[in-house]
Design a protein around this ligand. Sequence first.
Ligand SMILES: Cc1ncc(C[n+]2csc(CCOP(=O)(O)OP(=O)(O)O)c2C)c(N)n1
Length: 436
Amino acid sequence: MPETPPKASLRRPAGNLPPLSLHIPEPRYRPGDTPDFGDIEVPAVDATPRPGEATKPDAMRELCYGLVRVLDFDGVAKGPWNPKLSPERLRMMLRTMMLVRAFDDRMFRAQRQGKTSFYMKCTGEEATSVASTMAIDRSDMCFPSYRQQGILITRDYPLIQMMNQIYSNRGDHLMGRQLPIMYSAPEYGFFSVSGNLATQYPQAVGWAMASASKGDSRIATVWCGEGSSAEGDFHSALTFATVYNAPVIFNVVNNQWAISSFSGFAGSERTTFAARAVGYGIAGLRVDGNDPLAVYAATQWAADRARTNNGPTLIEHFTYRSEGHSTSDDPNAYRPADEATAWPFGDPIARLAQHLELLGEWDADRHQAQAKDLEGIVKTTQKQSEKLGILGHGMHQPFETMFQDVFEEMPWHLKEQCDQMLAEREAKFGPDWKPE
Ligand SMILES: Cc1ncc(C[n+]2csc(CCOP(=O)(O)OP(=O)(O)O)c2C)c(N)n1
């Protein structure tokens, strides 16, 4: 029987061409290795120019590959991006970042004590939400990922409401329908957090387009991690934003790690995340995300640009995720334990405190006293919230609410499922069951 020749696509290359191969990204350091970030390029603080807010994206491409900085590593603010904030404003920024950290530490511990099922910290990344939110208007709309609790805290959202949501207790105004930390606070300009990565990107652009088409002056601002920038939603959003010149700020928080996969899997070995802007004709800025003043200045620039109809901006916040992805993650399984301390850009809270000290507007005693005070506030609030229930101590919400508030009129199939659930509840707990 004659042999069937292989299909063209299955044939080995002719001649002396090497076989094709794929590149599989691999992080540089694994547990047991000694991390060394000495090759990260750190431009001088005053080396990055600050173009006018109306500059055409093509004329400022190099900012996608540089690093906007304001604070040097001695705590001195320098250069054209210095936002020159008053000491009061700087202290407010410091206090808010410290409150976020105190809140994170307490809620992380609550999860370890079995009081809630899940928590996510933003340790080391506080500036990327706090300084950023401080630089926009209170009426601007924020579309967060799950790691921007700093937005709510900056906007003075009641801590007890955050805790009630985390505990899914009687006070949870989302009625236990969302995973802990997936807050929703439209009255604070905070869009509901979604567990489906990057969905907030097209939503933010849609909101920004609606704002512009109504002739409003409010802009949208949206956050995602660098890993999420590999999602199709990210790219659709950038396309719509550039086509319609939508008034939106795109924040990509490049904290180097997704869960156990590193930024290389989203493309960091080839280019920067800020450079994604280039292909879309959008302005891009790459910023030291551990420098609160640089984050503030870049966001203020982008907000002014959006508000004056000069278009969207993509900001890459170059930072580091100091702790696990969430309470369900153990980073020691995939990266060196001391990678966070080897990160050359330091800690945003320590850097801002150092700056204030240099200005003669802060000192170690005040810092310690403030940390203690904030810890006390969080602790007292936690006690109040826990009176309304914690995980595993009763069922706090009526079951049927999980079907409500999605459709104006509940579709028949959901109604059917809801009725079935209520019948099963009655069979199990009797007709008089009430939430505890
Ligand atoms: C569409 C989608 N894919 C995958 C996941 C699972 N997942 C949850 S968080 C996460 C990592 C995201 O990393 P990154 O975007 O870098 O954000 P970070 O957690 O570092 O802030 C993954 C893969 C998900 N929630 N949604």
